[in-house]
Design a protein around this ligand. Structure first.
Ligand code: GBH
Length: 494
């Protein structure tokens, strides 16, 4: 981090600390608001009408002990049968867009295009037309965690062949739905898939290969994304006129002190946690961040590997991947502190050992679970992204707050008011090009290994009731007003 950026950050840190009132500025006229969900977290119907098995079906059924209360997404919010209720809720809030994901094995039960499941196609076509009838833009994620199990059986994402197989799925989806869909993202949070799925292996598909699997996984995912982007460019853009990006997630990493070491540690954490997937796509130079290339090569050598555990892109691949975005898509929830530590000893390889930064949250920060309410962190992150990636258009594709699912949820309202205030400040005071905001989530849903124990919804879902009854929360009423007035408080400056 250069000195100017750091001084700026110190300045907005103090500004941020003193600001607790929501902004009374109006969002720009063309600013868009939406909400998000993901297929496995809401659809249920896990074996209905010819759907194939996903790695999440398999993982939750095989290892119930690895998900809170042994729960799974077999029924979830039952949106496969109740999507019209979802559309009613979306229409009630007046959202501009609905970000949802496609279940790859619901459309292609074998993972390949040899077999198209018409019932799955019909489901998404019906959802899309119900959205359009209500003036809601569908915003589709092609892949949000639920890989067809058949493709895991050949190794999953660390297998480089998956890039082409994903590209064929992407082509199928563009051609089936693209006339009605103008906003596409290819892959949700590749870092989460790779670290939890193939590095630590504590989440689906549960294939731990620490220090190796996560890097191989990311390598394929980036190539898969780029292929899908180029297919859109070459075969669909002229007729469909949509936009394509990849959804990356990161927290903000604040230096634990203003020592040079902690500043370096925070920047390294950002490069590992965001740059790993962002730099190859969003940075004008492309490729992995130099700090990752150097550190992983050095540690691999000391560990006795014949080459770096971080795979290498050819010059052609760097070119092919960089710039494959029409906007920058960001999921972010909270802030961590980053403190310099001595490098982890050479021993078991691993992503966190390669990073060797100690990260934690300030005990004085309010919040729930891992989500501490640190809105100035969002403003700093947006500024860091703007500077690091050459002023892209930024679309926030997820941001939200977890609690126990209560209907009266002032903490969630406060979170949205504070984080949206940070968005307004980044637009009006910092001049950033943030054009849309997407709240996670439309309704309470299956929160991966946390099962149904933590709730992000603007609507409550009764998971004990076979009808999966949805009930509006106070936060949904608040968000509805924000959208209608483009304003966070009762009256905004005109
Ligand atoms: C996103 O993942 C997902 O896209 C979405 O599906 C998910 O429901 C949503 O966010 C809410 O989690 O500090 O050890 O307790 C976010 C991934 C999961 C990353 C939780 C940070 C904290 C684990 N995040 N994790 S811990």
């Amino acid at each position: 981090m250069n000195v100017a950026v750091h001084i700026f950050n110190v300045l907005i840190f103090f500004l941020g600390e003193s600001l607790s009132e929501p902004s009374n500025k109006k969002f720009p006229e063309n600013f868009k608001f939406g909400v998000a969900t993901a297929a496995y977290q809401i659809e249920g119907g896990w074996a209905d009408d010819g759907k194939g098995v996903s790695v999440w079906d398999q993982f939750a059924h095989t290892y119930p002990d690895r998900v809170a209360n042994g729960d799974n997404g077999d029924v979830a919010c039952d949106s496969y049968h109740r999507y019209l209720e979802d559309v009613e809720m979306l229409a009630n809030m007046g959202v501009n867009h609905y970000r949802f994901s496609l279940s790859w094995p619901r459309i292609l039960p074998t993972g390949y295009t040899n077999q198209i499941n018409e019932a799955g196609v019909t489901y998404y076509k019906n959802l899309i037309s119900a959205l359009k009838e209500n003036g809601i833009e569908p915003f589709i994620t092609l892949y949000h965690g639920d890989l067809p199990q058949t493709l895991q059986d050949i190794g999953g994402w660390p297998n480089p062949l998956l890039a082409d197989i994903f590209a064929e799925f992407a082509r199928t989806a563009f051609s089936l739905f693209g006339d009605d869909v103008k906003n596409w993202t290819t892959i949700n949070e590749p870092k989460q898939t790779c670290i939890t799925g193939y590095g630590l292996g504590n989440s689906a598909p549960g294939a731990p290969a620490s220090g190796i699997g996560e890097y191989d996984c990311m390598h394929t995912l980036l190539r898969a994304h780029a292929k899908a982007y180029h297919i859109y460019d070459e075969e669909f853009r002229a007729t469909q006129n949509g936009r394509v990006s990849i959804v990356l997630d990161t927290a903000w990493f604040e230096p634990a002190s203003d020592s040079e070491d902690d500043i370096e540690a925070a920047e390294r954490a950002l490069q590992f946690e965001h740059g790993w997937c962002a730099h190859p796509v969003y940075h004008p130079d492309g490729n992995y961040p130099q700090v990752m290339i150097d550190r992983i090569a050095e540690r691999s050598q000391k560990e006795g590997f014949s080459k770096s555990r971080l795979p290498e892109f050819s010059a052609e691949e760097v070119d092919y991947i960089r710039g494959t975005f029409d906007f920058l898509s960001l999921n972010t929830y909270t802030t961590n502190l980053a403190k310099w530590t001595t490098d982890h000893e050479i021993g078991t390889p691993g992503y966190y050992a390669d990073l060797s930064v100690s990260t934690y949250q300030d005990p004085s920060w309010n919040g729930s679970a891992w989500i501490k309410v640190v809105p100035w962190g969002l403003r700093k992150l947006l500024n860091w992204i703007d500077q690091t990636y050459d002023h892209p258009e930024i679309v926030i594709t997820e941001n939200g707050y977890a609690d126990d699912g209560r209907l009266d949820d002032p903490d969630r309202i406060n979170y949205y008011a504070e984080y949206l205030t940070a968005v307004l400040e980044s637009i009006y005071e910092d001049g950033l090009n943030v054009t849309a905001y997407t709240a996670w989530s439309l309704m309470d849903n299956f929160e991966w290994t946390s099962g149904y124990t933590i709730k992000f919804g603007l609507y409550q879902v009764d998971f004990e009731n076979p009808n999966r009854t949805r009930t509006i929360k106070s936060s949904a009423d608040y968000y509805k007003n924000v959208i209608a007035n483009k304003c966070l408080v009762d009256t905004c400056e005109e």
